[in-house]
Design a protein around this ligand. Structure first.
Ligand code: URA
Length: 231
């Protein structure tokens, strides 16, 4: 249940303060009945109308974007942002990026208008794993693998949770993290003298990019969303 004035404000009908007088004047109906109390709690899926016209509600949306390099993970910046990659038809959905990828990092970036889900996904407690394909200078050794397993201490003294490093041949590795510190993969690799030259997030939880093309975005099904919380 939500307050009527909040539901209408979320649907961009007017500001919450302006809505109070609109509702009090009897112009708003809930499931066909006039409601004049702005604080009335109504079901989230109630049919709301203003002057007899149904009000389109913003539904919850969870999407994944294949972020190309060159875009900042932010809603506003002087440089191009990931918001420019949101398709026209989804622009009114108030989507925001979940966590961040660096400007030069590519790959899977979730976007949603569900703040509770975004918080759940970014909380270190949730331990949603993130898998990165990394190209780097040097060759990752078994000592590097063991150091990741133990938990890397970054050059500034910050301690990381145990992580997985899987060498995939000279200059190529996979890294699996359960947390998301600033520039974490780059800083962890640098602490082992394995400077990152290319970084791509390929998976979050059990969800991969599939056949999504670079720069494209699409909505997730409920099943795909559930995959996020599977290791
Ligand atoms: N780690 C990084 O260093 N950069 C990213 O964009 C993501 C993880």
């Amino acid at each position: 249940m939500q307050r009527l004035d909040k539901l209408l404000a979320d649907a961009d009908v007017a500001s919450r303060s302006a809505l109070k007088s609109v509702i009090r004047s009897g112009r708003v109906t809930v499931d066909g009945a006039v409601v004049k109390d702005p604080s009335r709690k109504v079901e989230e899926d109630a049919v709301l109308a203003l002057d007899g016209k149904p009000i389109e509600r913003k539904r919850r949306m969870v999407c994944m974007l294949y972020k190309p390099a060159g875009y900042v993970t932010s809603t506003k910046d002087k440089d191009p942002t990931v918001m420019e990659l949101v398709p026209e038809g989804m622009r009114k959905m108030d989507l925001a990026p979940v966590g961040r990828l660096d400007k030069d990092t590519e790959g899977l970036l979730l976007m949603t208008n569900d703040g509770v889900l975004a918080h759940k996904l970014t909380s270190p407690k949730a331990k949603v794993s993130k898998v990165y394909y990394v190209e780097h200078e040097g060759i990752a050794t078994q000592e590097d693998v063991a150091a990741f397993q133990k938990g890397i201490v970054l050059k500034d003294g910050e301690a990381c949770m145990p992580a997985i490093l899987r060498p995939m041949g000279p200059g190529k590795s996979e890294v699996v993290l359960g947390e998301g510190k600033y520039h974490q993969v780059k800083r962890m690799m640098a602490s082992r003298s394995l400077s990152v030259t290319y970084l791509k997030r390929v998976k979050e939880g059990g969800l991969g990019l599939g056949n999504l093309e670079k720069g494209q975005m699409r909505e997730l099904s409920a099943e795909e969303e559930a995959l996020l919380f599977q290791a």
